[in-house]
Design a protein around this ligand. Structure first.
Ligand SMILES: Nc1ncnc2c1ncn2[C@@H]1O[C@H](COP(=O)(O)OP(=O)(O)OP(=O)(O)O)[C@@H](O)[C@H]1O
Ligand SMILES: [Mg+2]
Length: 227
């Protein structure tokens, strides 16, 4: 087993990086996949979320914090790569920290959660610029060694994925060609925050809910992107 690695990143704070990471990781775990979340944020949102889960009902994915390792996370990451099927890296809202760059260097897929409001546009364009550089770097490596997997990058609409605000936002962020918006998304629902407050994920807490259906669709789309 060698893990498929997913980096979740954006310069924008609060755009749902951790929410998306934890819901996707939880569902991957519930499907029987050994799944690891690497929390790279000193805020420790994902680590706190899972570490407060009761031992009788652990969070369905393992969560570790490597925030103190910073850009030296690489060695730690490689220690875990054979033990998990999926590793998600939850990045801090700091593109210039080099952490998203390091995460992308080792990833199969980069996910950029984008919330449609004006403050997200600048931040998301920074994330997309970084993604393009990482894709270009990967292609250079692949020219020497075709066994190296390509880096795919997708935008995950966050909380609002339609309407005028979304349309304006998507026109102003530089999506095209290889970096497209995903069709599925987690919309704005209190159920997500509730599952976080109960230290679980929505597909474990309320598997028949509309929110759980959304998560399963996002996971299905991610698995297709990883093929
Ligand atoms: N789809 C959603 N519906 C409702 N609330 C959401 C949704 N996604 C995220 N939130 C809430 O928005 C807030 C910010 O989300 P989150 O912590 O995932 O953002 P973040 O990008 O990881 O932030 P940071 O940059 O600080 O790490 C949290 O309170 C979270 O519960
Ligand atoms: Mg976060």
């Amino acid at each position: 087993m060698t893990a498929k690695i997913i980096a979740v990143f954006n310069q924008k704070g609060g755009c749902a990086k951790t929410q998306d990471t934890m819901q996707v990781a939880g569902e991957l775990g519930l499907r029987g996949n050994p799944t690891l979340v690497i929390d790279m944020d000193i805020q420790g949102t994902g680590s706190i979320w899972s570490s407060n889960a009761p031992s009788s009902k652990p969070f369905p994915a393992t969560v570790i914090s490597l925030a103190s390792a910073g850009v030296n996370m690489r060695n730690e990451l490689f220690k875990h790569i054979k033990n998990y099927k999926y590793i998600l890296i939850d990045c801090p809202p700091a593109i210039d920290s080099q952490i998203p760059w390091q995460a992308l260097l080792h990833s199969h897929l980069g996910i950029i959660p984008v919330m449609p409001d004006p403050a997200n546009i600048w931040a998301s364009n920074l994330a997309i610029d970084l993604a393009r550089k990482a894709i270009a770097e990967r292609e250079l490596k692949r020219a020497d060694d075709s066994q190296i997997p390509p880096l795919k990058v997708a935008i995950l609409p966050s909380r609002v994925g339609r309407g005028t605000a979304y349309k304006i936002c998507m026109e102003q962020i530089t999506t095209d060609g290889d970096i497209k918006a995903m069709k599925s998304m987690l919309s704005d629902r209190i159920a997500y925050a509730e599952s976080q407050l109960l230290y679980t994920c929505i597909t474990a807490m309320a598997p028949k809910s509309a929110a759980a259906n959304e998560v399963r669709s996002v996971v299905d789309e991610i698995l297709k992107l990883l093929k």
